[in-house]
Design a protein around this ligand. Structure first.
Ligand SMILES: Cc1cc2nc3c(=O)[nH]c(=O)nc-3n(C[C@H](O)[C@H](O)[C@H](O)COP(=O)(O)OP(=O)(O)OC[C@H]3O[C@@H](n4cnc5c(N)ncnc54)[C@H](O)[C@@H]3O)c2cc1C
Length: 384
C-alpha cells in the first residue's frame, strides 16, 4: 500500500526507477564497488531517463517535479545494493546542483544545468577541509578577487564525486567573519575541472560507500572567473544553510531505505536457515529482535516523511529535519548491526548484502552533519 504522502505520479516514477535500478544498476554494483566509481555511461543513462533533473525547470531539460519526487529517487536508488552508487547520484542531484537553481544567475543556469541534467557534467560539493568539517566557519580556503577572476587557494577533503567530477560547488573565504558573526565572509563558487592550479591530490580509500569516489582537492592560486561566484559574495554560509536541510533529509532517506532492505533480507534469511531442528524464524528471541528493528524503522519513517512534507511545503523545518536525520541514521545503524548478527557468519561475508550495508550505513551518522551536530541544533532550539 503506497504511503499517502506520495501521489499516483510519484508511484509511477517509483516503478520506473525501481525497474531501471533492478535491470541496469544492481547487476553491476559489485564491479563498480571494486572499481571505486560509477561508469560515465551510467551517468548518461540516468540523464537520458530524466532521473538527474527531476525537479529542475523544464526550460533547461528538467522534469519540473516536486521535492517528493527526489525522495522517491533517493528511496529507489538506495535499493540498488550499493550505498556508494546511491550516494554519488544523490550528491549530484540533491546535495550540490540544487544550489544552482536556487542561487544561480540565468547565465549560470543556462551554461551548466543542461549538462547536469543529461549526466554529462557530474557535480561535487566542496565544503569540508582537512582542518575543519562540522565547524564550517573555520574553513581556511581563501578566494581573493583579482580583476576578472577570484584566485582560490586551499584544500578540501572527503569530496564525493571529487575524483572524476566536472563541476565543483566550492566554499571559500572572501572576507573575515567577526567574533559574533563567524560565518560571514564565506562565498560559494562554481569551479570547473581542469582550471590551472586545481588538482585532485588524492583518491581516498574508505570503509564503505566504495562505489562513490572520494577525493582530497588542492587549489593553488586557481583563477575562477568572477561570473562563477554563486549567489551573493560573503553570504555563502547562509546560502548553504538553506540547502543543508535537503541534504540531511536525503541522508536520512538513503539510510532508511537501505535499512528496510536489511530488515527484509533478515526476515527471508530467518525463514530459510534452520538450527536445532527448526527455522530460525520460529525462535521467539529472534522474532522479537525483528519486531524491534521494524518498529524503529517505522518510527524513523514517520519522522522522515513528516520532515519531508514540511520541506516540500517550503515550511520552516530545521528542528524536524535535524530530528529525522539524527534518529533515522542512528536507527539504521542499529538495524544494520542486528541484521548482520541475525545472519550469523554469512552476515560477515561479502556475498550477503547486509555486510555491505553495515559498512555503508556507518557514514550516515557522520556525513551531512554528525549526530552530535544534529543534537546541538535541536538543543539550541529547545534551550534558548
Ligand atoms: C565518505 C565521506 C563522504 C563525504 N562527502 C563530502 C562531500 O561530498 N563534501 C563535503 O564537503 N564533505 C563531505 N564529507 C565530510 C563530512 O560532511 C564531514 O566528515 C562531517 O561533516 C564531519 O566533519 P569532520 O570529519 O571534520 O569531523 P569533526 O567536525 O572534526 O568532528 C569529529 C567529532 O567531533 C564531534 N563534534 C564536532 N563538533 C562538535 C560539537 N560542537 N559538539 C559536540 N561534538 C562535536 C563530531 O560530531 C565528531 O564526532 C564526507 C565525509 C565522508 C566520510
Amino acid at each position: 500500500m503506497p504511503h499517502p504522502l506520495f501521489t499516483a505520479e510519484h508511484e509511477m516514477l517509483r516503478r520506473s526507477i525501481r525497474s531501471f535500478v533492478e535491470k541496469e544498476i544492481t547487476p553491476h554494483v559489485a564491479a563498480w564497488e571494486d572499481e571505486g566509481r560509477i561508469p560515465l555511461e551510467v551517468w548518461r543513462r540516468l540523464g537520458e531517463l530524466g532521473f538527474l533533473g527531476l525537479e529542475f525547470p523544464t526550460e533547461y531539460g528538467g522534469g519540473g517535479a516536486d521535492f517528493l519526487a527526489s525522495v522517491v529517487l533517493g528511496e529507489e536508488m538506495a535499493r540498488c545494493r550499493s550505498g556508494g552508487v546511491a550516494f554519488s547520484v544523490l550528491v549530484h542531484t540533491d546535495m550540490s546542483s540544487p544550489w544552482l537553481t536556487r542561487f544561480g544567475t540565468d547565465a549560470q543556469k543556462a551554461k551548466y544545468l543542461p549538462g547536469i541534467i543529461r549526466g554529462e557534467t557530474v557535480c561535487a560539493l566542496g565544503i569540508t577541509e582537512p582542518g575543519t568539517g562540522s565547524d564550517m566557519a573555520a574553513l581556511a580556503t581563501r578566494a581573493v578577487r583579482d580583476g576578472h577572476v577570484y584566485r582560490i587557494t586551499g584544500g578540501k577533503i572527503f569530496i564525493t564525486n571529487g575524483v572524476y567530477g566536472d563541476l565543483y560547488f566550492v566554499a571559500a573565504r572572501t572576507g573575515a567573519g567577526t567574533a559574533t558573526r563567524r560565518h560571514d565572509g564565506i562565498s560559494m563558487f562554481l569551479v570547473e575541472r581542469g582550471l590551472p592550479g586545481f588538482t585532485v591530490s588524492r583518491k581516498l580509500d574508505k570503509m564503505g560507500m566504495r562505489a562513490s569516489d572520494t577525493a582530497e582537492l588542492a587549489f593553488e592560486d586557481c583563477p575562477v572567473p568572477a561570473e562563477n561566484l554563486l549567489g551573493v559574495e560573503g553570504r555563502g554560509f547562509q546560502q548553504l544553510a538553506a540547502g543543508l536541510q535537503r541534504e540531511r533529509l536525503m541522508a536520512a532517506v538513503l539510510a532508511l531505505s537501505g535499512a528496510q532492505q536489511a530488515v527484509d533480507d533478515t526476515v527471508s534469511y530467518l525463514h530459510q536457515r534452520t538450527a536445532f531442528g527448526e527455522p530460525l524464524a520460529a525462535r521467539q528471541v529472534l522474532r522479537h529482535r525483528v519486531a524491534d528493528m521494524a518498529t524503529e524503522l517505522e518510527a524513523a519513517r514517520q519522522l522522515v516523511y513528516r520532515a519531508a512534507s514540511l520541506y516540500a511545503a517550503a515550511e520552516e523545518c530545521v528542528t524536524e529535519v535535524s530530528m529525522a536525520k539524527l534518529f533515522a541514521t542512528e536507527a539504521a545503524n542499529r538495524v544494520a548491526y542486528q541484521a548482520v548478527q541475525l545472519h550469523g557468519g554469512y552476515g560477515y561475508m561479502r556475498e550477503f548484502p547486509v555486510e555491505g550495508f553495515f559498512r555503508d550505513v556507518r557514514l550516515w551518522t557522520i556525513a551531512s552533519g554528525t549526530s552530535e551536530v544534529m543534537r546541538e541544533i535541536i538543543a539550541k532550539r529547545l534551550l534558548t
